[in-house]
Design a protein around this ligand. Structure first.
Ligand SMILES: [Mn+2]
Length: 448
């Protein structure tokens, strides 16, 4: 381990905070090192308040999104709520669809199949919308790069609203509204929201038009807190408020689906760490091993007995997931051992039989042993698909962008991304990725 100590804080600031809060110097030091320097900062940190949530209309395109949804209500249009198959996506779909269904019944959900359709908005999904008379698709936790798909939908007179938090590419899809605080021209004050968090801002905006208050939306925060934990976004700023109140809902008044999961694990009070390690893997297991719609069914179910039946199925998916993940990690580690070419800067492994649902988890596990940017490939249709994970401080998204000539599609974040490529380009890609990482990584980052 390479230990990095935080710089010594200004002593006057520490003394002033110590005085103001009547706390020990060691605690005041820790707070100042985290940027909490005044009584007001400390109050915001220790006493999160729903009043501190930002105005949703500060987000670019929010007004357009709300207008389009209201128009859909007036015209009695069918609305399809579409989202990713992971925890962030399925909680976001559950949140928005159940909110819309409170006053409007022409709403359905759609989660793409991880194996048939892959990540993001699919042509099959749009065809499904056309065949079933949907004229508005609201995409959650995906869509920011779906330029061709949104254009394809427009030809069929299907409108799109995109709610995403992934990094935008050079071009933005031509949708009715694109909510993504990571867009450079979006001046929303907080850009670390998860996909479900962006969905929450949308229902907050819809609710304010109806004269509902934030109290009406508190029951949805169990979903938001779970997504915040699962997507590992920073628990600062607005995320801290959402996670704090969401945990209270999970512990005091959870929806039937959460109650059913919690009953199975027999744990009394859940912390955010429990949400990450106990609840999230189970919700994720649905999309990994079977289909993400199972997660949405569980999270939107209102009858406890039905929810318990769904939770049992999901428990079985999670057991299968655990076995696949363990076995593939062993195989991948053996594979790396036999690869011993030279000192490498990356781990890139491929096996066509590995289960696509767990390659991301395996990539994270490989980093525990070989601490370097890691890609785990498997076969997906006629292409290869990979999950990428990175080490602290190294932007794997940028590294992939530098290898774009060998890639079909890629997307994601600084530390986690996904890509597909043609099998004949695998070796060239692998060499290029190694060269890019070798040339750009600060060598100190290779020690945790
Ligand atoms: Mn997400």
């Amino acid at each position: 381990m390479r230990w990095t100590l935080k710089p010594k804080p200004n002593l006057d600031t520490v003394y002033a905070l110590q005085e103001a809060l009547n706390i020990e110097a060691s605690i005041a030091t820790l707070l100042v090192q985290r940027g909490i320097e005044t009584y007001e900062d400390a109050k915001l940190f220790f006493r999160p308040s729903l009043e501190h949530l930002h105005d949703p209309f500060l987000m670019k395109d929010m007004e357009k999104a709300v207008e389009r949804i209201e128009k859909a209500f007036e015209n009695n249009e069918n609305i399809l709520v579409y989202g990713d198959y992971d925890v962030d996506g399925t909680t976001a779909v559950s949140l928005l669809s159940s909110y819309l269904l409170r006053d409007y019944s022409n709403v359905a959900t759609y989660i793409p199949d991880r194996y048939d359709e892959g990540y993001g908005i699919s042509y099959q999904g749009i065809d499904f919308a056309e065949d079933n008379g949907f004229s508005l698709i609201i995409a959650l936790d995906c869509g920011i790069k779906a330029i061709d798909k949104v254009a394809y939908a427009a030809e069929k007179n299907i409108d799109f609203i995109i709610c995403d938090h992934h990094r935008p590419g050079k071009q933005i899809p031509n949708a009715i509204a694109v909510l993504d605080p990571k867009q450079e021209d979006c001046h929303y004050p907080f850009d670390e929201l998860c996909g479900c968090g962006v969905g929450f801002k949308l229902i907050q905006a819809l609710a304010s038009k109806k004269g509902q208050t934030i109290a009406d939306l508190v029951p949805y925060l169990d979903l938001v807190a779970t997504a915040i934990g699962a997507d590992i976004v920073s628990i600062t700023g607005e995320n801290r408020v959402l996670a704090y109140f969401g945990l209270q809902v999970i512990n005091n008044n959870p929806r039937a689906g959460f109650k059913a999961i919690i009953n199975q694990i027999k744990k009394k009070t859940l912390t955010i760490t429990d949400v990450v390690f106990i609840i999230a893997p189970r919700i994720n297991a649905a999309g990994r091993m079977k289909h993400g719609q199972y997660a949405v069914d569980l999270l939107t179910e209102t009858h406890v007995e039905t929810a318990e039946r769904y939770a049992k199925e999901i428990e079985a998916f999670n057991t299968d997931r655990r076995e696949a993940d363990k076995q593939i990690t062993i195989e991948a580690l053996e594979h790396i051992e036999t690869q011993k070419e030279r000192e490498r800067f990356t781990t890139v492994v491929y096996n066509e039989n590995w289960h696509k649902g767990v390659i991301g988890i395996v990539a994270s596990r490989l980093i525990e042993t070989y601490y370097r940017p890691t890609l785990v490939f498997t076969k997906s249709g006629d292409k290869l698909a990979a999950s990428a994970r990175s080490v602290k401080g190294f932007d794997v998204y940028n590294a992939l962008e530098a290898c774009a000539e060998h890639i079909e599609q890629f997307g994601g974040h600084k530390y986690a991304a996904g890509l597909t490529l043609k099998e004949e380009n695998y070796e060239a890609f692998k060499q290029k990725f190694e060269a890019v990482v070798e040339a750009t990584i600060d060598k100190r980052l290779l020690t945790p």
